[in-house]
Design a protein around this ligand. Sequence first.
Ligand code: FAD
Length: 304
Amino acid sequence: MPTLMKSRPASPRRSQSKLNATVTAIRKPTDELMVLTVRTDEPILNYTAGRSVGLGLPANAPSIGVSTPGEAATKPRSKMIRRSYSVSAFRPSQADSELEFLIALVNHESDEPPHLTPRLFALEVNSRLFVSPKAFGRYTAEGVQPHHDVLLLGTGTGEAPHVAIADALLSAGHRGRVAVVTGVRTRGDVGYAKAHRDWEQVHSDYQYHVLTTREPENLEIAHPRFIGKEYLQSAWSSGRLFAKLDWTPSPATTHVFLCGNPAMIGSPHPSRLPIKSGMVARLQDAGFRIGTTEPGSIRFERYW
Ligand SMILES: Cc1cc2nc3c(=O)[nH]c(=O)nc-3n(C[C@H](O)[C@H](O)[C@H](O)COP(=O)(O)OP(=O)(O)OC[C@H]3O[C@@H](n4cnc5c(N)ncnc54)[C@H](O)[C@@H]3O)c2cc1C
């Protein structure tokens, strides 16, 4: 269990004045996964399901002791550390907005420690933080018609925008199939299992599936249901994904969304060659296309 590091002396006024939102609820499905709910002082502008906002905390905000203090060591203490986060739920009112986020504590082994997430994990109810006044991003369901099929594939917290998009589609009476499939280490590493199961009860064309890589059936060859590590890419290539869905997504009717780990997406990156091992290459081989909002579209959001 990570330990809370003592906060430094009070932040300078300039940094505090940027804090424009209050934590209203925190749920931690695991020590390294958090559903964070915040209420902003002013309504958030430009929100559409799937979009992100910036979250920020001063470099001298309390931090859990998973690592060395990152940016705080090199930046002035008043410096705001900001990162992008997909909004997983959005509840607007005239006066303010309530937003929910699904956030992973980054704890990678590298010389460069994570900066913001150890501070986000030290937040408590009533803590103040910065939320960008406008939502941003093109990872939305633009062009999806009520009869289209929608397949939302994510790794880890890449599920966050899919929760928002699925909720928006189902609430609007979507008639086509909607499926959220999330790849995680263990079944406990998801934040919205209950919401998905509730939607499955109410919407006959909604499905939620979790693929794991660290459960006994993934690791123990002697396990009666041994299947090896299940990645979205391997589940697509082997056809296991279609068997789970009982449906083979067709580019004539289906929009595919990919979010999270860049290795899963394998997307063309301006500075790199396309990664053939990712989902984009597989989808393109099946006739799906980047750069359209028509059926057959591939949309993706890389988290790093
Ligand atoms: C548009 C957009 C939306 C995003 N939405 C979310 C979200 O909803 N939830 C969320 O947890 N993160 C999300 N991220 C990632 C987030 O912005 C931060 O990069 C992440 O929280 C790490 O911040 P940090 O300062 O602690 O790490 P940094 O000090 O910035 O270290 C970055 C490194 O952390 C690793 N990393 C980044 N994100 C993750 C992750 N999710 N899981 C595992 N390793 C990671 C990568 O190795 C990356 O190089 C999003 C990123 C983008 C670009």
